[in-house]
Design a protein. Structure first.
Length: 446
């Protein structure tokens, strides 16, 4: 083997050592890059040269070359984030993002919402997932859009009351004498009605526009086992059949429903009646649709058990709970991401709604993916077709909201690799230097 071949061998050693330094430098440079997966350079020797000596044949190596630069897809540490749309994956899988023409795959879960409501990366690529329609997740994969920031309200249909009415209350007719709009001329104020009632409770109900209105339920004992009740709203918020305001004066009552209750000797309700004002005098809350409301106090007008529970006993009158099934208009106040990738929105009206579900992709061979820059990977034939589905299904990992996956680069390992490559570079340079000095000696013999 000639000295010139030795020069080439040393030069190849310089090349692989330089590649090793470059890979270590790239890893160190990206140690703070979210979702970055470290690279590793592997090397192989060149085809050896056959030589023959007195003792027989042999082989001399002719140097080394870079075999491949592999990407190591080990798990990175999850780090807590203040943004709900920052997501990290624990286990297998990649987020799928698209530019409209091509899909890319990434472990970088730094997402935000653009002006159109789409969940996007910092470079504008749209996160892929399963959109939700009225809180129901769709099976169709597409651009993930978390929807409008306003949740429409819904009208109250049922009011449920759990209360205890005192059996020590003296029967009377003060409440019966109160004059409300809807069933009378409206000469009595809500304050006067509250004073006349033996007991009262109030709640907020919502019309078809999602506007809230205060409704009071007034109770009066009318006999040994009998009570009457009247439900009233502020008459200034009510319009008649022609859409005309009942009154412009606030503080006067409009009766929306009334009825009676009868209790047995154990204080359990045995009979219940309800008469809606709308049956004789049509009304609506201003600008809204007609709104019949069922009052659940324990049994209904047919004697069937309802959710409410109004009873009578010797204790002081009190309310355990009052609820209604309407909601007001709500604005999106916060987001949360479940382990299965479901994005849930919380609204100012207390409602929660599923807005979509993040999809994850897995491959038969992650090593077949190629880097596309920006912590993105592109699929190749070597990786196989992506298997896309919800997080936590199949071999896919789980998603964590308010978290980001750090780079999986270990700085100590990179320093060792860098030192090894540096020493290898120096040693190969010495090989070239030694071969050069030998050639110089040869030239001097001529």
């Amino acid at each position: 083997m000639s000295l010139f071949s030795t020069l080439n061998t040393g030069a190849s050693g310089l090349g692989v050592a330089s590649t090793g330094l470059s890979v270590a430098g790239d890893n160190i440079a990206n140690i703070g890059t979210t979702g970055y997966k470290q690279g590793r350079a592997t090397f192989a020797d060149f085809m050896p040269q056959q030589v023959f000596g007195l003792g027989g044949g042999g082989q001399i190596g002719t140097g080394a070359a870079t075999n491949r630069i592999a990407t190591l897809f080990g798990q990175g540490t999850l780090e807590t984030s203040d943004s709900a749309l920052d997501m990290g994956i624990t286990g297998n899988g990649f987020f799928v993002v698209a530019d409209g023409a091509e899909d890319y795959y990434t472990r970088n879960g730094e997402f935000l919402v653009d002006s159109s409501g789409f969940v996007v990366t910092g470079s504008g690529l749209r996160l892929q997932g399963y959109p939700a329609v009225d809180g129901t997740i769709s099976p169709a994969l597409g651009d993930l859009q978390i929807g409008n920031s306003i949740l429409a309200g819904s009208a109250t249909e049922t009011i449920t009351v759990d209360a205890l009415l005192s059996a020590e209350t003296v029967p009377g007719t003060d409440l019966a004498a109160i004059d409300f709009y809807g069933t009378g001329t409206g000469t009595s104020t809500l304050a006067e009605a509250g004073d006349a009632a033996d007991f009262s409770t109030s709640m907020t109900v919502y019309d078809s526009l999602g506007v809230g209105h205060d409704v009071s339920v007034l109770f009066e004992r009318t006999g040994t086992s009998d009570w009457s009740w009247r439900a009233v709203a502020d008459a200034s918020e009510v319009t008649d059949a022609t859409g005309t305001a009942v009154t412009t004066d606030e503080g006067y009552g409009f009766e929306i429903a009334a009825g009676t209750m009868t209790f047995d000797t154990s204080g359990v309700m045995s009979a219940f009646t309800q008469t809606d004002t709308s049956t004789t005098s049509a009304w609506t809350f201003a600008g809204a649709a007609a709104q019949p409301i069922a009052f659940d106090f324990g049994i209904d007008t047919a004697g069937l058990v309802t959710d409410g529970a109004v009873t009578m006993s010797g204790s002081e009158s009190s309310v355990t709970s009052v609820s209604q099934d309407g909601v007001g208009t709500g604005s999106l106040s916060s987001l949360s991401v479940a382990s299965d990738g479901t994005i849930t929105g919380s609204y100012t009206n207390g409602e929660q709604l599923a807005l979509g579900q993040v999809a994850l992709a897995t491959f038969k061979s992650d090593s077949g993916l190629v880097r596309a820059g920006g912590t993105l990977f592109s699929a190749t034939a070597a990786a196989g077709e992506p298997g896309i589905g919800a997080a936590g299904t199949g071999v896919r990992g789980n998603v964590s909201g308010n978290a980001l996956e750090r780079s999986n680069v270990e700085l100590e390992d990179q320093f060792v690799s860098m030192i090894t490559s540096q020493r290898a570079y120096q040693a190969n340079a010495k090989v070239i230097s030694a071969a050069d000095e030998s050639l110089q000696t040869l030239v001097q013999l001529i």
